[in-house]
Design a protein around this ligand. Sequence first.
Ligand code: PEP
Ligand code: MN
Length: 333
Amino acid sequence: MDRTATDEDVGRVVRAAERLGLKAHPIPGAQRTAIGLTGNKGAIGPAAFENLPGVLEVIRVSHPYKLVSREFHPEDTVVSIGSVAIGGPRIVVMAGPCAVESLEQTVAIARDVKRLGGDLLRGGAFKPRTSPYSFQGLGEEGLKILAAARKETGLPVVTEVLDTAYVDLVARYADALQVGARNMQNFELLKQVGRAGKPVLLKRGMSATLEEFLLAAEYVMAEGNPNVVLCERGVRTFADHTRNTLDLSVVPAVERLSHLPIVVDPSHGTGRRDKVIPMSCAAVAAGADGLIVEVHNKPEEALSDGPQALTPELFAGLMGRLRPIAAAVGRSA
Ligand code: PEP
Ligand code: MN
């Protein structure tokens, strides 16, 4: 829509789309509102829309993902989680334990994250573990602990929802819903988080192509939720010096094709503490909008992913390293 288009103009386009049996998705931006149209079986002629008041141009989106594509929405999308904006000039850092283990552990780590300049608290209450005998998370008890840590520190909370059965429960406690790598193509879960009314942190599947990744985000957006943050967390390759191969080239690739913000997880991406700081720096240099990193106050006692957790001291070091790199690429941290 034109910069000067009114709500009434937007409503008129939405009604025109609905009369044609289409679904309209108005997405307001800083400069202008874009209205995505989906649900068409074949091509739709621009004539039905281009002469309506307030319409600037009708663009045919050539990719299979529509609402996610930059063709449809040229400006960067900024997603707010609580009071934290992701996709703007500031690099956002989400940090915390892999798993919520206890109130004391989570609050202590959250205080460190806050004191050292982190923006959001991460931590799993429901854990997707390779072995059924590994710690599976504290469930709702873990969600309550996260809420207590938020109350203590003011940090918004991002936590994983593992299954459709828990979407409402997790949404009651979390500020953002994380969909993990193993669930990136759990289409029913994507639809439900799309309807849950909370921002979504969508992690890339460990063998997902960029197109599959963006189509997963499209599932969430198609349900009416424009607040999706993408996350690169490493893919499976033959390399065995790291847990996964962190695919930083996906950052500029996403930036070209999509308006959505993308953050990088160098913790799962490498699986090794000593690789987390260098790859965080590289991610910010490559244009990532933020980081999600695992921090533990006693990594040697962690119930999951201890070997990749930064200590609070190392996290402080990371924050110090990021600032000049962010400045060098025109951002702040
Ligand atoms: C996590 O971030 O807690 C997690 C399980 O990561 P991933 O889904 O990327 O493996
Ligand atoms: Mn983990």
